[in-house]
Each structure stands twice: as C-alpha cells, then as structure tokens.
Design a protein around this ligand. Structure first.
Ligand code: BJ8
Length: 424
C-alpha cells in the first residue's frame, strides 16, 4: 500500500490503533478471497481497492474537498445519492462491517445493539476509519430504533441530517417521502452552495441508474449454471460500489460482467454445475463482513444471490429517466426508493414475494436467512418469511450472527447440516 500516514494523521486518526487494523485485514482478505480458484480477471480492480482500502478513495474525497466540493456519508439505501451528485457532491456509504470497531461502539451504546450500528459508531469515535472522518455531513434515517438513537450520539461529532422514512407504503407515505426528498435537496443545496436543476438531477439519475444496470448484469450472470463468479466476489463488488465513484463503479462492474458473460458462453464456472445454489437473505453485510459467504462456499456450495441491501435491494429498481422536470424527477425518486423492501416497513410482504421470485430466477436450492444479532426487525420478520418458504417448498434456515469469529464453528456445523440435507 502507498504511504497514507500523513493523510491519516491530518484527519486526526488514531494511527496506532489503525495499524492493528491494517495488519489483520490483508491476512483475512488473503485467506478468504485470494485463496479462491479461477477468479475473474475483473476482480483485480476490487482486490486493488481492498489493498488500498483506507487510501485511494479517501484521497479522492479529500481532493474533492480541497477543490471546494462536499462529501456526504450515508447509512442506508433509502438515502437518494442522486441528490448529492446532482449538487456536485460525493455520497459514500459508511456502514461498519468489522468487529474491530464494535468495542468502540459499545463504549456508548448498549451491548445488545446490532453490530452494524456499534461498528459504525465505533469507527467514528475510535478514529480508525478515514471514511467516517472525511464527510462534511452524515445523512442517516430512522429505520430502526437502534439507528435512530445512535445518530443522536454521532450528531455530536458531525452535522447530521435525518431522513424520515415512512414505515408503510400507502400513497400518502410515498407523498411523505417525496416531501423528505425536497427537504434533503434544500439541505444539500445549502451545504454545497450549488443549486440542483432538472438537468443536473437528470444526469445524476442516469449516473446512479447506470451503476445499478451494471450490477444487474453482474447478478444476471450469477443465474447461470455453472455460476461464473463466487458469491464472495459478487458480495465484494456490491460492498465497494457503496462508496466508489459511481461512474467508475459502473465501468468496472460492466467490464466484469463482459467477462462473466464470456465465461457463461464457454460453459466455465467457479463451482461444478451440480453445486448446491444458495440465496442469502436478510440484514446487510457491510465490508468486511464476509463470514457467512465464506462458510457456505468453503463447504462447496455457491452463494448465487443476496436478497439484502448489499445485494438485490441495492440495485434492482431504477429511477424513471423519462421524468424531465424537477417535480417529476423528485416523484420518480420517491417512487423508486419506496419500492425497497426493508423490514422496518409494515406490512413487508413484498420482501417475501421478492425472495420467492429470486429463488426461481437464480434457481436456488435453499435459502439461508441471516440476521445480525439484536436486529429485532429482521429476526421477527423471519417467522413470516419461513412460513412462506415452507408453503412454497423452499428449503430455509434462519441464523443469527454478529461480526465476531466466536460462532464460526457452530455456524459451520449448522450450515453443513443444511447443505447435507439439500444434497440428499
Ligand atoms: S433499508 S436493512 S440499510 S435500515 S440490521 S441497523 S435494521 S438493527 S441495516 Fe438497513 Fe436501510 Fe433497512 Fe437496508 Fe437496524 Fe437491523 Fe441493525 Fe439494520
């Protein structure tokens, strides 16, 4: 990795603590990722991004700030990135996926808080992640109670804007979300000093849609048998898309998709064509949370799709590009974002329908529904998901886990038993 110590020191990072993270990550990445066989050439870019994870992109963001631009750190897929890019800003997803940050979060949060929240708060308070130190503003939401209260703590550190996410999907809820987008536009214009026009918003809608289209191509390739890319690699692509420059993200995902489509034509896969095909559904897996995928794939099964915010929920729906006035574009944004199916909504039956549809599209043999420990929303919803999967004769298992390695062997045993059952 190039030397970024000066940049990190200028950001006020705790360099000693950060060194510990820099030491463990390459080893973990090597064992989990680089040890895989027959990886697509297109993964080289993502490997490079991981090798420079706290260097290259943060340096670009700082350069953007030096040139007068603003950076917005976001925490949920309901935040419309289009608004930020339309005002000449950068939006970067910030959710923490490492156990390394959890203890920092536990200093101020109850221990029975979900690890994603604890890691996100810890990454900022411990000053060990440049992405959390760079933003001029955080943009978060009130999807779950843990997040809502954690943002009040982080608001003491960074200017914070909260988007009020409706929790039902009636027409008036979409209207309410439209009003939230208007408020967000006003905030972003104020912070950046730039006016958002129909032209700039139209361009930003295309920019983010193109990233979504590129991810759709990568995921479509995973429908093939044999599958041309591992679930671990596909997950990494999505994770990096959360904070990479969107035009580059689309370009890289498109060139990866070209390669995957060629592999399909040649009948080339990274797992045998009789490998068990698994869907992982549930809570998001922020970088570097690769635990479950690693367990499943090291047992010989292929993860072929993720029904999660680090999977299909992130890119499946596009914003209508035919909208030409600001009014129409804001409505189109509201309609697109309100199609996302998070367990914070009630009812959330469209998520169950999605899982059944995806199981068919990706020809999955079984579903592993995963829940970050202490996420009541997704764990409660798993009951109804399980019921529907039973009715649809889709083999299903639910697991609850965190970011630690403590339950690794136990999870492995449970997943192994599930896969054995599927192989019979
Ligand atoms: S749209 S899934 S990104 S809220 S796992 S923090 S819900 S206690 S992450 Fe999420 Fe937006 Fe929904 Fe997606 Fe709370 Fe549950 Fe933790 Fe969660």
């Amino acid at each position: 990795m190039a030397d970024y110590r000066e940049m990190w020191a200028d950001l006020g990072m705790d360099l000693e603590k950060h060194d510990v993270l820099c030491e463990v990550l390459p080893e973990a990445f090597g064992g989990i990722y680089l040890a895989q066989q027959d990886r697509p050439k297109g993964m080289d870019f993502y490997d490079f991004v991981v090798s420079e994870i706290h260097g290259v992109r943060p340096a670009e963001m700082l350069q953007h700030q030096k040139e007068g631009g603003k950076v917005f750190g976001t925490f949920c897929v309901y935040v419309p990135d289009e608004v930020v890019f339309a005002a000449g800003g950068i939006a970067a997803g910030l959710c923490g996926g490492s156990q390394f940050w959890v203890s920092g979060g536990e200093k101020v949060l109850p221990a029975n808080t979900c690890p994603l929240i604890k890691a996100s708060v810890g990454a900022r308070l411990d000053k060990t992640c440049p992405f959390f130190l760079i933003p001029d503003m955080y943009v978060a939401e009130n999807t779950c109670d843990g997040k809502k209260k954690a943002w009040e703590i982080l608001a003491g550190e960074v200017p914070m804007h909260i988007i009020d996410i409706p929790q039902m999907k009636r027409e008036r809820d979409i209207d309410a979300f439209e009003a939230e987008i208007r408020d967000f536009i006003a905030i972003v214009e104020k912070v950046t000093g730039n006016k958002i026009t129909a032209e700039s918003l139209g361009e930003a809608i295309k920019l983010i849609n193109n990233k979504r289209r590129a991810l759709q191509r990568v995921y479509n390739a995973r429908k093939a048998s044999p599958v041309p890319i591992s679930g671990k690699d596909a997950l990494l692509v999505t994770q990096i898309n959360f904070y990479d420059d969107p035009a580059r993200a689309a370009q890289m995902a498109n060139s990866l998709a070209d390669e995957l489509e060629q592999r399909i034509e040649n009948g080339f896969g990274v797992f045998p064509d009789n490998a068990v095909r698994i869907m992982v559904s549930g809570t998001p897996m922020a970088i570097p949370n690769w635990k479950l995928h690693h367990i499943i794939e090291s047992l010989g099964a292929a993860v072929v799709v993720e029904e999660s915010c680090t999977g299909t929920r992130y890119f499946e729906n596009l914003v209508d590009e035919s909208a030409s006035t600001l009014e129409e574009q804001i409505r189109a944004l509201a309609e697109r974002y309100m199609k996302t199916n998070c367990a914070c909504f009630t009812p959330n039956s469209a998520r169950v329908e999605d899982i059944i549809r995806l199981a068919d599209e990706y020809k999955v043999d079984g579903i592993i529904d995963t829940n970050l420990q202490f996420c009541n929303l997704y764990s409660t919803e798993s009951h109804l998901v399980k019921q529907s999967m039973n009715e649809s004769n889709l083999p299903f298992m639910h697991i609850e886990t965190d970011y630690s390695e403590q339950d690794f062997e136990q999870l492995r045993t449970r997943v192994e038993a599930f896969l054995e059952m599927l192989r019979k």
